[in-house]
Design a protein around this ligand. Structure first.
Ligand SMILES: Cc1cc2nc3c(=O)[nH]c(=O)nc-3n(C[C@H](O)[C@H](O)[C@H](O)COP(=O)(O)OP(=O)(O)OC[C@H]3O[C@@H](n4cnc5c(N)ncnc54)[C@H](O)[C@@H]3O)c2cc1C
Length: 369
């Protein structure tokens, strides 16, 4: 049963953002900063954001050469350069808005593992493609010596402009910033359906006590992988990702964000532990799911890589693991869409949401008006 105050004040908004991940938070933040007198709320179904934003590995990356080669093959050189700039500018916006200290951002470099000598022409091609926009040539070939990797790793391609964030710190900083801008956040508030009403939308939320309705002039859908419920014809598939974290070990004192198998697998150190994730390519059908869970085949493959590729000879003990769900489509561009006169959507962030989430939130806030 709602109180008078809940009924009159706490259910009426100018903007309701559905989904409290990176995009939802940035959308609410930029809209509230532009419209300081408007009432803004975020509705998140989980206690924490329950998709990808607090589950990711914290790579602040914009593209390895192996990934960009696929992009050039599918969308061409010009569009690939534009995609990289979108990610790079998104990272800049994230850093400017929240600050490096608050997010734990560190520009420690991104490294692609090579299992044979990389061709210098490939490196030159992508440096030539990106230099006019970035003002620097980010890629160089460096030695894998000193990391303790298997001898199978012959070279590394370093991207000097990539780094890592502390995902937990980044989301906490966003929550603080959003609260400071006057946005109200409601967690454990799964939105069941959104209906038209005069001058806006009625949002139906399933709560323990039954269904509660909110009213808003605008709705921003920031539900990423979970968006089919609201946008039936959007080109979007869920893709689950698994992350393993080892117990601390002195072998894990190096820095850097590493990846291999065309970016499908990625690893870094955190607090003297090894964090390794990915392997979705090993069972794409099995991982096309909205359910959290551990795929035994992928877990085994990641553990084998820890023992034989990343830290051979080190007694690595897994401390814990988790999964999260991303969203993918036919191409790597996120979906930014006006759904109708009172609703917009910003979804399908793929595997680089840390880089593009802030920028997409900013664009969504502009689209709302
Ligand atoms: C394991 C893993 C590792 C990753 N590693 C990296 C990385 O290192 N670097 C990188 O850049 N990206 C990485 N990503 C991708 C990145 O995390 C995502 O692209 C990004 O977090 C997407 O942000 P979002 O706000 O669009 O979506 P989400 O964070 O998924 O937010 C959507 C939110 O909507 C909520 N929601 C859904 N339905 C409803 C509803 N009906 N009512 C209310 N709320 C609802 C969900 O609970 C969720 O919190 C990784 C992802 C995973 C899963």
């Amino acid at each position: 049963m709602l109180s008078y105050w809940e009924k009159t004040t706490l259910r009426h908004f100018d903007l309701v953002v559905v989904g409290g991940g990176i995009v939802g938070h940035f959308t609410a933040l930029f809209y509230a900063q532009k419209n300081p007198t408007h009432r803004v709320a975020i509705l998140e179904r989980g206690l924490f954001p329950s998709g990808a934003s607090t589950k990711n590995a914290g790579f602040a990356c914009f593209g390895s050469i192996a990934e960009l080669e696929h992009d050039v093959a599918s969308i061409g050189e010009e569009a690939t350069a534009a995609l990289v700039m979108k990610r790079y500018n998104g990272l800049k916006l994230l850093r400017e808005t929240l600050g490096d200290e608050a997010t734990g951002y560190s520009e420690i470099g991104g490294y692609e593992m090579c299992f044979e000598s990389p061709k210098q022409e490939r490196i030159d091609f992508f440096n030539d493609l990106l230099e006019p926009n970035l003002g620097t040539r980010p890629y160089t070939i460096v030695s894998p010596d000193g990391y303790g990797f298997s001898a199978k790793v012959t070279h590394l391609i370093k991207n000097s402009l990539e780094g890592t964030v502390d995902t937990g710190k980044m989301m906490a900083a966003l929550q603080r910033k959003v609260a400071k801008a006057g946005v109200l956040t409601f967690t454990q508030s799964p939105v069941d359906r959104i209906e038209d009403t005069e001058g806006g939308k009625v949002i139906h939320i399933d709560t323990e006590g039954g269904t509660t309705t909110f009213f808003s002039r605008h709705v921003a859908l920031c539900t990423n992988a979970f968006s089919r419920k609201f946008l039936t014809d959007v080109d979007l598939e869920p893709g689950r990702g698994l992350v393993l974290v080892s117990k601390p070990h002195p072998a894990f004192s190096w820095e850097g964000s590493f990846h291999y198998h065309d970016g499908y697998n990625y690893f870094r150190t955190v607090d003297g532990r090894l964090l390794l994730g990915g392997g979705r390519h090993l069972d794409k059908d099995g991982e096309t799911t909205l359910e959290e869970g551990v795929n035994a085949l992928i877990k085994k493959a990641l553990k084998d890589d820890m023992a034989s590729l990343i830290a051979p000879g080190v007694d690595v003990e897994i401390d814990y693991m988790w999964s999260g769900v991303m969203a993918f489509g036919m191409n790597k561009q996120p979906v930014l869409q006006r759904v109708d006169s009172h609703m917009v959507a910003g979804v399908r962030l793929g595997g680089m949401g840390v880089a593009i989430g802030a920028g997409l939130g900013q664009e969504l806030a502009k689209l709302i008006g």
